[in-house]
Design a protein around this ligand. Structure first.
Ligand SMILES: N[C@@H](CCC(=O)N[C@@H](CS)C(=O)NCC(=O)O)C(=O)O
Length: 212
């Protein structure tokens, strides 16, 4: 049975899973859960994804949610297919990958996510941007990207000189920064800009960035 992604094409987390499918050359079917219509809060949906969020996958009856967990599962299930090495197996390389993956969650997503919530998602759902909160998230994100600039001045990618899932995890929200006219936070930092140009031009991302 073809892998099913229950998600929404505008959702950043759905895009991460679709991106990994493209990288690993895994055929998939996107089953749309329309967030705008609240389908992710239906009692029937909550039986499978109890947090009422997208995405989850159905891999021949195996159900899994949380986009980063899904990405790791697919990468490990198909080690020799498509792009290899996205989650390294050597213990030290894997530890550096884990460090970089944690950096994305703790230092990037935790600021870029709420910033995009204020600047894009609220506007799309008829809300009003809280400019004070948005400015605070932007300031925090900039401070973290100053550290990225130092790291990426010493190595090509966040976990070393090979691309890993940790880099790719930045693509969905990183692209939204440009949509929200905050792409300068990436472009004005030489090493961050070089890294961003590299990862954002990967064919797999170009295939999903405008819709999963
Ligand atoms: N940590 C979860 C986050 C999932 C998430 O926040 N999904 C969003 C769409 S990108 C969603 O379903 N939002 C609707 C809601 O939370 O009610 C993951 O990575 O899968």
């Amino acid at each position: 049975m073809v892998l099913k992604i229950y998600g929404y094409n505008m959702s950043t987390c759905t895009r991460l899973v679709a991106l990994i499918c493209k990288e690993k050359e895994i055929p998939y079917e996107l089953v749309t859960i329309n967030l705008a219509k609240g389908e992710h809060k239906n009692p029937e949906y909550l039986k499978t994804q109890p947090f009422g969020q997208v995405p989850y996958i159905d891999d021949d009856g195996f159900i899994l949610y949380e986009s980063r967990a899904i990405a790791r599962y697919l990468i490990k299930k198909y080690p020799n297919q498509g792009t290899t090495g996205l989650v390294p197996v050597d213990p030290k390389k894997e530890a550096l990958f884990e460090q970089a993956a944690s950096v994305e969650v703790s230092h990037f997503n935790s600021h870029a996510g709420p910033l995009m919530f204020e600047k894009l998602f609220k506007a799309r759902t008829g809300g009003t941007t809280d400019q004070v909160k948005a400015a605070e998230h932007l300031k925090n994100l900039e401070a973290k990207l100053d550290v990225y600039e130092i790291i990426l001045g010493k190595q090509k990618y966040l976990a070393g000189d090979e691309v890993t899932l940790a880099d790719l995890q930045h693509l969905p929200f990183g692209s939204m920064l440009f949509l929200a006219k905050h792409g300068d936070v990436i472009e004005k930092r030489t090493n961050v800009a070089r890294w961003w140009k590299d990862i954002s031009n990967r064919p797999a991302w170009l295939a999903v960035k405008d819709g999963a």
